[in-house]
Design a protein around this ligand. Structure first.
Ligand code: GLC
Length: 637
């Protein structure tokens, strides 16, 4: 893998004013259960998101992506959907979704919703109907064909597939007469039966669901498990468990099609390995589905976006999801999995830039989400490339101070890169993972299905701290009477319990307890506080927008030296023509940013030719040198 100078021409198409909004958008992921609780029941809700929109406006993001808020038994945090066209009472009502959409749009924020097409909840009327249907009748077979029912062999499951959450991927049903029946496939929890995407009714239903939300004005869909919908003919056995968030083995050279590791360190062959193809991931047939969805979105003129959550590798395979006429973006998990390591990150960026150019799609960059240990904690582990599926009290505890520094520096890399960037709620506060959550409180099905071997994802889903001195750190955003108005959003509407004259009602405790340290990270300790992580993000987003870095031309700079731990690239915008290399000086684009991160052990020299600079933290620059575990943006206008 070469890490030498790489230069890409600025894409004229991208710099054109008619660019769709998502090409360079910064998109903030809201996990509704844990963002803000307007009704004080301890669970986040849509009215809470609406109440906190001013905070997101201040931060300066372009859009929000809402994890599922649909009707759901919540066996997998809402990724088990029982009604795709309505809001779960936990989060409000359909009108709350419409109100949120209107308020977001009025604030200039786009809204992406989550679409979960690989499986429904077992509480979905289709599955309930399938279970009670008689497989010996035509009508019974028709309703069962929406799912993946198979007879099995005696007491044996139809094949050896394992659930991503642990345990077998098949559960046996009981016939209406009480005898053991067929088995159904669930790549995830047994409460998440996989749909049969060879079934025309399934296809039609999801096109309808897209239209349902597009008609209400949503600006796009994040497509859950986009690589999983189609299964290989005959459902052949596979030799490994499809872990989604297991500890990664050292990442094989990015882009190496023969590498034996899958992108998430799945310990399984990658899809290019024809000796061991993964029969439930990245099958060719998924692309036809996304072409049909692209056509549905194209019926709307507000540029809605399709974003793939596809854990596939190498990156060349991932970028097939964003070929013209398919999806518009795909999360770059190779970047996320690189960890705090200059060589791995450099390789991930190099290949991403190359592959994106080939298909003419923008890159996306992401450091954390609701499935990962927060990067501020991962980067504080002794091995900052580790990717554990959750951390518990008995596991190695991260160095929070180190993770905090590196997390801020990593944000400077992420937000400096051209393309679209995803921020997971709390990233902008430098939030660490809750690493000592009591096991009895864990709700992630992974924890149960692996019998505790994997702690799972609850630690990154802990409710947001809004106010350091309020109960539950102000998660109940409507309950401000005791501690004064929120500095973040003084206009937060009063909740029913706080109507004039009504006695204040104490909010319920957040559904997962926050660690004590969250007080120091609370939003009210950071908004308008110089040097805070929130203010760093706000500044970076401001400059990124001002200089159009998101549509700029990327080039590794002469300072780039990943073997020494130094990552350095330039982004040229506003008229730069051709690749820009600091050594050549042939073309001087109007605006250039040099992004430098020191992921090594020793301080490094920085250029002198840049007028202004932003540093990842106060001590990042000492004696004219960039210190380890820090980053800087050097700007020349
Ligand atoms: C996706 C989601 C994850 C969920 C899984 C099953 O990977 O991000 O949270 O558990 O799909 O829907």
């Amino acid at each position: 893998m070469t890490t030498g100078p790489l230069s890409t021409p600025p894409s004229e198409a991208r710099n054109h004013p008619i660019n769709p909004w998502w090409v360079d958008a910064v998109i903030y992921q809201v996990y509704p259960r844990s963002f803000a609780d307007a009704d004080g029941d301890g669970m986040g809700d849509l009215a809470g998101v609406t109440a906190q929109l001013p905070y997101l406006e201040e931060l300066g993001v372009d859009a929000i992506w809402l994890s599922p808020f649909y009707v759901s038994p919540q066996r997998d945090g809402g990724y088990d959907v029982a009604d795709y066209r309505d809001v779960d009472p936990l989060f409000g009502r359909l009108e709350d979704a419409e109100r949120l959409l209107d308020a977001a749009h009025a604030a200039g924020l786009r809204v992406i919703v989550d679409l979960v097409p690989n499986h429904t909840s077992s509480a979905h009327p289709w599955f309930v109907e399938a279970l009670s249907a008689d497989p010996n009748t035509e009508a019974g077979r028709a309703v069962r064909d929406r799912y993946m029912f198979r007879p099995g062999t005696g007491a044996e499951a139809p094949n050896n597939w394992q659930s991503t959450f642990g345990g077998p991927a098949w559960t046996r049903t009981t016939n209406p007469d009480g005898t053991p029946g067929d088995w159904y496939l669930h790549l995830f929890d047994s409460s998440q039966p996989d749909l049969n995407w060879d079934n025309a009714e399934v296809r039609g239903e999801f096109e309808d669901i897209l239209r349902f939300w597009l008609d209400r004005g949503v600006d796009g869909f994040r497509v859950d498990v986009a690589h999983g919908l189609v299964k290989a003919e005959g459902l052949p056995d596979h030799h490994a468990r499809p872990g989604m968030v297991t500890d990664a083995e050292p990442l094989a050279a990015a882009g190496d099609a023969d590498a034996g590791e899958d992108v998430a360190g799945h310990r399984e062959a990658n899809p290019q390995d024809h000796a061991h193809p993964v029969p439930y991931h990245d099958q060719e047939g998924v692309h036809e589905i996304y072409r049909s969805w692209n056509a549905v979105l194209a019926e709307y003129d507000h540029d809605p976006v399709l974003v793939a959550e596809a854990w596939v590798s190498p990156l060349e395979r991932l970028f097939r999801y964003v070929r013209p006429g398919e999806m518009h973006q795909a999360f770059n998990f190779t970047f996320l999995l690189a960890g705090w390591d200059a060589v791995r990150m450099s390789d991930a960026i190099t290949v991403s830039v190359q592959e994106a150019e080939k298909v003419g799609a923008p890159n996306t960059w992401v450091l954390s989400n609701h499935d990962t240990v927060r990067h501020a904690s991962r980067f504080g582990l002794a091995d900052p490339t580790r990717y554990p599926n959750g951390l518990g009290a008995e596991d190695e505890q991260p160095d929070d101070a180190l993770g905090w520094k590196r997390g801020r520096a990593a944000a400077m890399i992420e937000l400096g890169l051209p393309g679209s960037a995803y921020i997971y709620q709390g990233d902008e506060l430098g939030l660490p993972e809750h690493t000592t959550l009591d096991d009895s409180l864990r709700q992630d099905p992974t924890f149960v299905r692996t019998e505790g071997a994997e702690k799972g994802r609850d630690g990154c889903r802990v409710p947001m701290p809004w106010r350091a001195d309020a109960p539950g750190f102000g998660f109940a955003v409507g309950h401000h009477v005791d501690t004064g108005p929120s500095p973040v959003n003084p206009n937060t509407p009063a909740t029913p319990g706080h109507d004039a004259g009504a006695a204040p009602v104490a909010p319920a405790a957040p559904w997962l307890p926050q660690p004590e340290s969250y007080g120091t990270y609370a939003a009210d300790r950071q908004v308008d506080v110089a040097g805070s992580t929130f203010e760093l993000y706000r500044q970076l987003l401001g400059v990124r927008g001002e200089l159009d870095l998101g549509t700029g031309a990327f080039a590794w700079s002469r300072f780039h030296s990943p073997e020494l731990g130094v990552l350095a690239f330039t982004v040229a915008t506003g008229g730069g023509q051709g690749g820009y290399d600091l050594d050549s000086g042939d073309h001087i684009p109007e605006k250039v940013a040099l992004v430098m991160a020191n992921m090594g052990q020793t301080a490094v020299e920085v250029p002198e030719e840049y007028a202004a600079a932003i540093f990842s933290h106060d001590e990042a620059m000492q004696d004219g040198q960039l210190m380890p575990d820090s980053a800087a943006w050097f700007l020349r206008r």
